[in-house]
Write a protein that binds this ligand. Structure first.
Ligand code: HEC
Length: 113
């Protein structure tokens, strides 16, 4: 017996470290609209109304769940992500300002509007 409990503890610590590092490097999980609402309030709401098509700095985004953006383009996941990363016209790019997860979350939220 002697040292085996110590070895077991060390082994489980190693295992935990491996599992943890995989946890933190895996790609962004599917968007969560509840968290996305928070991201929207922090980053988008100053320019976009979520609950109407009234113009602020940019167009109100209400109606995206019907499949169309205010300008008539399709409101798909990829299109929204592209807009967030590019920042068309006066809209700033959020490529570096939000994490991949925050982008997924805010896209999920916009798709519920
Ligand atoms: C500083 C103001 C500003 C902020 C902040 C901003 N936007 Fe915009 N956004 C605009 C403007 C202005 C346009 C219109 C650009 C154009 O004329 O093509 C726009 C366009 C869009 C469009 C396309 C609408 C359409 O029908 O063409 C989407 C979707 C959008 N923004 C989502 C977002 C999201 C999501 C965020 C937050 C992560 C955000 N915006 C933050 C100003 C902003």
């Amino acid at each position: 017996m002697g040292k085996s409990p110590v070895i077991l503890v060390l082994l489980s610590l190693c295992l935990a470290a491996v599992v943890f590092s995989q946890e933190t490097t895996k790609p962004a999980a599917k968007g969560d609209a509840v968290r996305g609402k928070q991201v929207f309030e922090n980053s988008c709401e100053e320019c976009h109304d979520a609950y109407s098509r009234e113009e602020r700095v940019g167009p109100g985004l209400q109606g995206a769940k019907g499949g169309k953006l205010p300008d008539g383009r399709p409101a798909s996941h990829d299109k929204l992500l592209d807009i967030i990363n590019t920042g068309p016209a006066e809209m700033p790019s959020f490529k570096e300002r939000l994490t991949e997860q925050q982008k997924e979350d805010v896209v999920a939220f916009v798709m519920t509007l």
